[in-house]
Design a protein around this ligand. Structure first.
Ligand SMILES: [Zn+2]
Ligand SMILES: [Zn+2]
Length: 210
């Protein structure tokens, strides 16, 4: 079997009981990216050139604060500010959009792009992986579209299988939500076996951020 960087984590994520195995892979990559930028890398000149240029978004800045990594964060933001101040000096006014870039977001996006390519390759070339996928709960809508883009439409038979799996998942979710709303008791908490339905609905239908 051809070796790919993300084959093992993809297989592991696919075996876990989650509503989207690509979201759970993304969670893992996100945690690793935060550890990376708030670890020894903050002292590496190449990494500082990158974080000085891109900075961090609010979500990832807040995650770093909650990790109690205040010193590495302040070191990174100290020199990030130098970049912004020098730009301000050059342009004599704020450069729009400079607060929107994020080194952590870009690292995760780059890694997820490769993981999606790898996932598409495995679905096309590894029957055991496809079988495991079809037996699992699959992916959220966002990752379904992202995966379809990587597959291309040339492999019609494979696309049809994945599409049918996604439709079935959404139909099941629709049924579960109806079960939840009908069984919802305003006096007490949701019925015991229904507590997982609202988070699953949100995870399946929305795009994960960070
Ligand atoms: Zn997902
Ligand atoms: Zn970010």
């Amino acid at each position: 079997m051809k070796e790919h960087n993300y084959t093992i984590p993809l297989n592991e994520a696919l075996e876990s009981d989650v509503s989207c195995f690509l979201c759970s892979l993304e969670d893992m990559l996100s945690a690793r990216a935060l550890e990376y930028y708030m670890g020894a890398a903050v002292m590496e000149p190449n990494v500082r050139i990158e974080t000085n240029a891109k900075g961090f978004c609010r979500l990832h800045g807040e995650k770093m604060l909650s990790m109690q990594k205040k010193l590495p964060l302040m070191l990174a933001l100290e020199t990030r500010l130098d970049t912004l101040l020098s730009e301000l000096g050059k342009h004599k006014k704020p450069v729009r959009g400079r607060e929107k870039t994020c080194a952590v977001c870009e690292r995760i996006e780059g890694q997820m792009d490769k993981a999606l390519e790898n996932c598409a390759w495995l679905l096309k070339n590894e029957p055991a992986f496809l079988e495991k996928y079809l037996e699992s709960d699959g992916v959220c809508l966002h990752h379904f579209y992202a995966l379809c883009e990587k597959l291309g439409r040339r492999d019609g038979a494979l696309y049809e299988k994945l599409h049918a799996h996604m439709v079935k998942k959404l139909e099941n979710l629709r049924g579960d939500i109806t079960g939840f709303t009908r069984g919802f008791d305003y006096q007490t908490a949701p019925k015991e076996n229904m507590g997982h339905i609202p988070p699953r609905a949100v995870e399946t239908l929305t795009e994960k951020k960070g």
